[in-house]
Design a protein around this ligand. Sequence first.
Ligand code: ADP
Length: 465
Amino acid sequence: MKRRLSLKLKLTLWFTGFMALTAALCLGLILLISDSVATNETRSLLSLSVRANLDRVRLTDGRLQLDADFQYYADDTYMLIYNRDGALLSGQAPPSFPVDTALENGVTKFVPGKSDTFCVLDFYLPSGWTDGIWLRGVRAAQNSSQTVDNVFTIFSIVLPFFILLAAAGGYLIARRALAPLSHITEVAGQISEGQDLTQRIGLPEGSDEISRLSSAFDHMVARLEQAFEAEKQFTSDASHELRTPTAVILAQCGFARKHAETAEDYREAVEVIERQAGKMSLLISRLLDLTRLDLGTQTPQCEPTDLSEMSRILCEEQDTGARGISLSAQIEEAVIVPGDPFLLSRVITNLLENARKYGREGGQIRLSLSREKDEAVLAVEDNGIGITPENQDKIWQRFYQVNPSRGPEAGLGLGLAMTKQIVALHGGSIGVESRPDEGSRFTVRLPLAAPGDPEKKAEKISSGH
Ligand code: ADP
């Protein structure tokens, strides 16, 4: 397969080629201009010399007469005098100039000699009606002026160094500019080889393309890490928690197959199996909820939510009078928070259910909702069994239960973990104050909708997730 050049090399080659081309173009232009300057200079010097001599030479009565200031050679210009028929009468020609070159009156032309090219200008000087002489000026045609020659020489010496310098500079700049890309490639390779999703590129924040690529890459890896962690958590939680009900179901099946004799025995076994299967189903759906929250795939449907009305309705629903527990509520009107009504109702329900489950028989549950500065404060208080200080930190962990019960009210140890996660998702906080045998008070604080723009704040929570 054809091996492609690296970006660094391509950039360097392009840059060097471009510089060499520019230099060559400049040189060509200089030569072109210098050539035409030199030609014009030769023409005008020749014309000056020949015209100056026109009055200094004449033919009088067939005899050639030269003034004293007539010079056959001056300022690099040679003078030749021909008779009417073009035969050379006198004068000095530069070596290798073809003296028999045809004469043309008033015309400047370039005549190639053996080693040089010559610039030639002829004038016919008539004498009377029939006779006359030709005055010819000859000058070696200069290809370029001295300055231009010097420039050309310097250029030809300096140019290779200049191109080398351009290549080295271009390579260094390309290498420097592309160095972060090599780092990104290296980190991506390490991640894919070692499956280590904790690695980050970590380039400093910037507005250039590479910094943005790096932060997008880091963000992507962070999301992948989160997804992997959530999957790992789900797998370990599910396998751990599903083991017990599965074992019970298998044991009941074995018992029913081997030992059950009466319809009553079978019914009992089926009831146990049904209860365990129900628990498994509930566990799986709770775990899925938690995983979705972990992953951020359960995006909160944020809207201005009237916590006052929601609390009132849920209190009515939960005030079943079970275990002789009474429920009282003190609710401030129109406490509105930006949030997902479904998730927020889960928070209130979880807290009320726990207060009832762990409350004292014939005891009391109190729910209060109020505004404090820019927060909504919801508190659920019971006078039940309470929680010891050492357990107050642990109850937020998944599957942690202070006294795992087995009755029909038995929980899963997931309610508070989920409650805490939902509250955090809404930018709030949750805490507990409790004394064993006296009761517990769970307090939730949620940011209130800013007056005038509850929608905006709700949007912020949705996108902030
Ligand atoms: P679950 O209630 O399903 O066991 P939770 O996550 O809701 O799970 O609660 C975790 C543990 O915290 C409970 O098992 C219980 O021991 C303790 N707990 C929660 N709420 C209260 C409460 N109001 N009073 C006393 N203990 C509580």
